[in-house]
Design a binder for this molecule. Structure first.
Ligand SMILES: [Zn+2]
Length: 248
């Protein structure tokens, strides 16, 4: 061996040789062995520390999961299933597509999900609302879609009004209207905008919020005072639907 011309790495190798070869006669004392072992240990941690940075560079964007699907080890239908991509959540994608499969990052490691289950657009929630399905009684299909989509998007809203004996023009008696109870302005603005953004998919024909009325084609307009805060829609967003015209 030509030890004098080598650096610390060579000493680490040399100490390993000491451990496995008692008969070796090398100029390395106990202190040197300790330092070398520490060097080896730190070196062993480096790949672990470097991994997150390496995978972060691999994420090219994110896609929504439209349908709950399997996360597989390889781009093949018979590859090992490692987990599930839940409907309504987002997955990080690497930008790599292979056949019918899209590469995603799962626990920071590249894995595969069927491309047909992913979408660039946030999907509307269609599952029964976790706050109960009682409000759906007597509602038209479009109104049920609005209820479920709003419920999924705004789970903090817990009180809704559906079919009710009120002014017929409101849509409530015929199951074409939903009241989303909320007094917070910012949240109500977001709910109203959500209904507006998805009006075709949900069959929405009118939104009322804070004494204003929105309709497709004409946008927002002011509404005369109807008296109370509730009548002026300060404490709820009212959505009217066609009944059964949703495209989504
Ligand atoms: Zn209403």
């Amino acid at each position: 061996m030509v030890l004098p011309t080598l650096g610390v790495g060579a000493i680490a190798i040399a100490t390993a040789a000491v451990a496995t070869s008692p008969s070796a006669d090398l100029p390395v004392g106990p202190d040197r062995v300790s330092v070398a072992a520490s060097e080896v240990s730190r070196g062993g941690e480096r790949p672990v520390l470097a991994a997150p940075a390496a995978t972060a560079q691999q994420a090219a964007g994110a896609l929504w999961v439209a349908d709950t699907s399997d996360i597989r080890s390889d781009a093949a239908p018979d590859a090992v299933v490692l987990g599930q991509a839940e409907s309504g959540t987002q997955v990080l994608v690497t930008g790599v597509v292979e056949g019918d499969w899209t590469q995603v990052l799962y626990n920071d490691v590249p894995r595969w999900v069927a491309t047909s289950t992913l979408t660039a657009e946030e999907p509307l929630g269609t599952a029964p609302c976790s706050h109960g399905s009682g409000v759906e009684k007597g509602l038209q299909p479009d109104t049920i879609k609005v209820y479920r989509a709003v419920c999924a998007k705004f789970p903090e809203i817990t009180t809704y009004g559906g079919r009710a004996a009120r002014s017929n023009s409101s849509g409530h008696p015929t199951g074409r209207a939903l009241d989303i109870m909320n007094s917070d302005k910012a949240r109500g603005d977001a709910i109203a905008q959500f209904a507006i953004d998805n009006h075709e998919k949900l069959g929405v024909t009118q939104v009322i919020w804070r004494q204003r009325i929105w309709e497709p084609g004409s946008g927002w307009r002011g509404m005369e005072s109807r008296g109370s805060a509730t009548a002026n829609h300060m404490d709820h967003v009212h959505v009217t639907t066609s009944g059964d015209a949703a495209t989504g």
